[in-house]
Design a protein around this ligand. Structure first.
Ligand SMILES: [Zn+2]
Length: 630
């Protein structure tokens, strides 16, 4: 479960687009006739059928034809999600409250004729968490929405609030009526409570992008605030059964972020950062997409409430550190495609290897550099990434993957950007250090890039690699031509030897049916009476010595017919088996019944480990030290 969870983490994050700059709409916007803000009202008190009523009042239009959009895609998810599918009973109303004619153009857009008469639009919003198990293209939970009357609202605002064409740069005022006892946590600017409207929270965004970039979590108070150098960090936790508190999780987050800040040094960052943690009950009607989505000044994290504390903390460290490192890229270093993000007609950048790969690499590297994990643990993580990436196309150019990530076959290789993308950054880091006597690595490169570009200056997608080569060494062009733009796989063996490491095979003790918590066998969810040996994993000596193969269906063990029910007590007994015990099995392989007899033996598992080479030359040792110590 834990390993799966790790593999599922996608992070999604990128996000970003930049810019905290306020490019006020006055000069650019032809309509509306003045720069009245777009005013949004959301009612979280009067929920009907699990839906929230939203009205959006744009101010007067000077043109007759206007289109209202709900995002098709948001930054960081790299998938087309059509948030408009969750909108119902869309109405356009004139100043007398009469309905105007509308035409729904597709899932996410509504055309309004006679827009000069338009006063406001209104619609009901359904949430995504409780329908995840029913829909085919479910929205990744950290980008999704939750409406749980009186208890919790996960307001990823792109799911609730849309925009009119040409009004994306106009300020937004949000008036949210919330139930007593629920408090909002967000990095959106909140105005003081208006005495005339008690119970209404008012938030202000300078443009539509800021609305999307600042989710709000409403829940019962469960929040901690602490300082990491000059950054104010707010940790807010929604734990439906009260299992976890922000106070209980604060310590590990504080330690981790202090390490991140130390690792980053003088890179500028936000002054306020919020971690919005939603813990799922794991029931069918709750969130099931575990991971996080990044924003400029906050992150939404979704994990199961049922995780034990040490696992939860470990997952939070890996996930939140990744999200927080996005302040380097793409928050600071990003291309024009990201800066001018189009919510309904997205253009993808070629540089996910950096936005996600560098970020994921740093999220692991800082932990070894800051002493949060051991060398052994760090090497284990690298080996996991090598193993995980083998499930994807190793000959797919990373820039092609990035540019075309919304379509197949690239889409199904996307997750490899967190595996191979991180490893390619490691290879680049080691190559840079090799060329610079250990002086210069990827972190320094990112610092130089963020000085040159930074939050307000995007790079041209075509020019980034040339810039990097210019800032480093001509040999780096070859590296990019081969492993980032080109399709040449990284030779990990060669890479390890540069830093005095090699992979050894070690035989370790394991169980008969489980290696720790990872089972060697599984059950067909459609047929609980079919227990089979898992494929695509390394089997222990117990299976190998008896000649049992992955995919074999276990029919009978020592005279007992095998089902999900009957295998359980056998697994229990197996903990007491001695190597001399005789065993008789019947398995079915490709329709053929096979009888097997033998001793159970002492089960062992061959594992590959990355370890230092003894007596290696100083040069390799020094390169390794510069890599691991920074
Ligand atoms: Zn990410």
């Amino acid at each position: 479960m834990y390993r799966n969870l790790k593999n599922l983490r996608k992070c999604w994050l990128l996000g970003l687009v930049a810019v905290l700059i306020y490019s006020c709409g006055t000069t650019k916007i032809a309509q509306p006739s003045d720069v009245a803000p777009v005013v949004v009202d959301m009612d979280l008190v009067n929920i009907v059928d699990d839906k929230v009523m939203v009205t959006v009042d744009p101010g007067p239009f000077s043109s007759d034809n206007v289109t209202f959009y709900i995002p098709k895609i948001v930054p960081g998810t790299y998938s087309v999600d059509n948030y408009g599918k969750y909108i119902e009973q869309f109405k356009a109303l004139d100043y007398k409250g009469k309905e105007l004619k509308i035409e729904r153009l597709d899932d996410n857009s509504w055309h309004i004729a006679n827009a000069k008469e338009l006063d406001r639009v209104s619609y009901w919003v359904n949430d995504t968490y409780d329908t995840e198990s029913e829909v085919e293209d479910k929205i990744f939970s950290p980008a999704g929405t939750n409406i749980l009357e009186g208890e919790n609202f996960m307001l990823n605002l792109h799911g609730f609030i849309g925009y009119f064409n040409d009004l994306e740069e106009v300020p937004y005022h949000l008036h949210i009526t919330a139930p007593n006892g629920l408090v909002p946590v967000t990095t959106l600017v909140k105005e003081d409570v208006n005495a005339e409207k008690p119970g209404v929270d008012t938030f202000v965004a300078r443009r539509y992008f800021e609305v999307v970039d600042n989710p709000i979590l409403y829940g019962k108070p469960n929040t901690e605030t602490f300082m990491v150098n000059d950054i104010k960090v707010t940790l807010s936790v929604y734990s439906p059964n009260g299992v976890y508190t922000a106070a209980g999780l604060r310590g590990s987050m504080e330690k981790m972020m202090a390490g991140q800040k130390k690792f980053l040094g003088d890179i500028n960052s936000t002054k306020h950062y919020a971690i919005l943690l939603y813990l799922s009950t794991m029931e069918d009607t709750d969130a099931s997409g575990y991971g996080a989505l990044e924003h400029h000044t906050s992150t939404v994290v979704v994990l199961p409430e049922g995780m034990p504390k040490d696992r939860l903390e470990e997952s939070l460290i890996d996930i939140v550190s990744h999200e927080f490192f996005h302040i380097v890229t793409p928050l600071s270093v990003h291309s024009e495609e990201i800066r001018n993000f189009n919510f309904n007609d997205p253009k993808m950048s070629k540089h996910l290897w950096m936005y996600e790969g560098t970020t994921e690499y740093f999220a692991n590297l800082f932990q070894i550099q800051q002493g949060l994990i051991s060398e052994e643990e760090f090497y284990g993580r690298l080996m996991d990434k090598v193993a995980n990436s083998s499930a994807y196309d190793d000959e797919m150019s990373l820039t092609e993957l990035s540019k075309n990530v919304l379509t197949e076959p690239y889409k199904s290789n996307f997750v490899n950007i967190y595996e191979k993308g991180a490893l390619v950054n490691m290879a680049l880091d080691i190559r840079l250090r090799e060329l610079s006597n250990g002086e210069k690595g990827v972190l320094l490169l990112m610092k130089e890039l963020s000085k040159k570009y930074g939050e307000n200056i995007p790079f041209k997608d075509e020019e980034l690699i040339g810039e990097i080569v210019g800032m480093s060494y001509p040999e780096i062009q070859v590296f990019f031509d081969d492993h980032v733009v080109g399709d040449t796989p990284v030779d990990y063996g060669e890479l390890w030897s540069k830093v005095g490491l090699h992979v050894i095979s070690e035989s370790v003790a394991t169980g008969y049916f489980f290696d720790g918590e990872i089972p060697f066998i599984d059950v067909d969810p459609k047929n609980l009476n079919e227990v089979f040996v898992r494929q695509g994993i390394t089997l222990s000596s117990f299976f190998k010595d008896l000649g049992i193969q992955g995919g074999d269906i276990l029919k009978n063990i020592d005279g007992t017919k095998i089902t999900l029910e009957t295998i359980r007590p056998i697994i229990g007994e197996s903990f007491g088996w001695t190597p001399e015990k005789d065993i008789k099995l019947v398995v079915v392989r490709d329709g053929e019944v096979i009888e097997i007899k033998g001793k159970v033996g002492r089960p062992t598992l061959e594992v590959k480990k990355l370890v230092p080479i003894e007596g290696v030359a100083n040069e390799q040792q020094e390169l390794r030290i510069s890599w691991l110590k920074g």
